[in-house]
Unconditional design. Structure first.
Length: 192
């Protein structure tokens, strides 16, 4: 196994374990065992747990944000792109392994004392989400304050995600996304 293969195996194991059980509950030895990468190579590729956590979050951010962007950009009508954000969330919430936002979960565990690479990755993800919602809002705002709309959409996205994470796999896992979608549509008709 070369370093690229080992890195992929380590990140796959880290993502599955950190997302399912939390960053603090999973040690490097468990990741080594799950990935079947020797401990010496693990520490050569990721010298500290914080570097592995940051790399896991960076990779998750790239996939998560790209998937949301692709879904939203597939919708032609700008105002319907707002609804598309929440439709995508509903699909995500319905996934059997849904456990909320990996970034908020990690921040919730580690708090403001998070190692700087981890904290920076969390903040970058939220900034990228806000930027994407800013693009969506700019197309849908019809002269209204697009920045304000983007901030409100961000609150709806984050709130729906947190509510959905409190009842994963419940009878109606997509309900928070549908409720947030209705509120977002109401924001478009109500204006600032």
């Amino acid at each position: 196994m070369d370093d690229d293969d080992a890195r992929t195996r380590l990140l796959d194991a880290a993502e599955a374990l950190f997302y399912a059980h939390g960053v603090q509950a999973v040690g490097m030895d468990r990741i080594r065992a799950e990935s079947q990468v020797p401990l010496k190579r693990l520490y050569r590729l990721f010298p500290a747990k914080e570097t592995l956590v940051a790399a896991y979050l960076e990779r998750r951010d790239a996939r998560w944000t790209a998937s949301l962007r692709t879904h939203v950009e597939a919708v032609a009508e700008p105002r319907e792109r707002v609804a598309a954000v929440f439709d995508w969330l509903a699909d995500w919430f319905a996934q059997p392994d849904f456990r909320g936002c990996a970034f908020l979960n990690t921040y919730g565990e580690l708090g403001e004392a998070s190692p700087e690479p981890v904290l920076a990755t969390i903040r970058q993800h939220k900034a990228a989400l806000r930027a994407l919602l800013g693009e969506v809002a700019a197309g849908a705002a019809d002269g209204a304050d697009a920045a304000d709309l983007a901030d409100r959409l961000l609150i709806l996205v984050e709130g729906a995600t947190v509510v959905a994470s409190l009842t994963p796999g419940g009878a109606h896992p997509t309900a928070p996304a549908h409720h947030a979608r209705a509120l977002a549509k109401a924001l478009l008709t109500a204006g600032p």
